[in-house]
Design a protein around this ligand. Structure first.
Ligand code: SAM
Length: 214
């Protein structure tokens, strides 16, 4: 998702109380419990877009701390606007490229990772940029607690097949794999739809999902 450059979005982000600055985090990774002021588990969404999913989750589960990560200022701005309308103490944002994710979270600091409708980067030479690639799985391996889970949803079958193939070489195992999430009553329990999920499922696209661990 890339919105038009919105004038002033960088300034809004720099001033926003909801955004934790990347530079501050680089100085002292592993301090998220201090940032939230409690010891609750930390769940993150990488590539959150406008933040519909993570905002809904944070509202539903006040005893979990959520961190939404988004690369583009113009997109993050929408998530900030939503927080200004309905502030939540257990949700923070970072504007950054997730390539540096292991610099802003400590070893095994994160209790769950969500990837939702990640950009497909269809050209082979860009495979390393795909958020479920083995290169990214290696970064998640550092920050995610042992026995914790990573959940990935997409309607893009090529990206999903790629993601499944990456698991074994990267040392991850699938607990759940479905190629039609919305037809699976058990998996749909508590499913929070992302913005892209609403859009693509309403067009009739089946939604793939895996839950993985190592
Ligand atoms: N997760 C949302 C949803 O399901 O509705 C948004 C999906 S959108 C297709 C993917 C989002 O991931 C975009 O907003 C994009 O800017 C962001 N993104 C892609 N690569 C990223 C990266 N390396 N680091 C942080 N954000 C990234």
């Amino acid at each position: 998702m890339r919105l038009r450059n919105i004038t002033g979005s960088r300034e809004v982000i720099a001033d926003s109380e909801f955004v934790v600055k990347e530079a501050v985090l680089f100085e002292c990774p592993g301090t998220w419990h201090d940032i939230f002021g409690n010891e609750n588990p930390i769940h993150i969404e990488i590539g959150m877009g406008k933040g519909k999913f993570i905002h809904t989750m944070a509202k539903e589960y006040p005893d979990i701390n959520y961190v939404g990560i988004e690369k583009y200022s113009s997109v993050l701005l929408r998530a900030i606007q939503k927080m200004e309308e309905e502030p939540l103490p257990n949700l923070k944002f970072i504007r950054m490229d997730a390539e540096d994710i292991a610099k802003v979270f400590g070893n095994e600091e994160v209790d769950k990772i969500y990837l939702n409708f990640s950009d497909p980067w269809p050209k082979d030479r860009h495979a390393k940029r795909r958020l479920p690639s083995k290169e990214f799985l290696a970064r998640y391996d550092v920050i995610l607690k042992r026995n914790s889970r990573l959940e990935f949803k997409t309607d893009n079958r090529d990206l999903f097949d790629f993601a499944v193939e990456e698991l074994e070489p990267a040392g991850w195992k699938a607990e759940v794999i479905t190629y039609d999430l919305h037809s699976d009553e058990a998996l749909m329990q508590g499913n929070v739809m992302t913005e892209y999920e609403e859009k693509f499922s309403s067009m009739g696209n089946p939604i793939c999902k895996y839950i993985i661990y190592r």
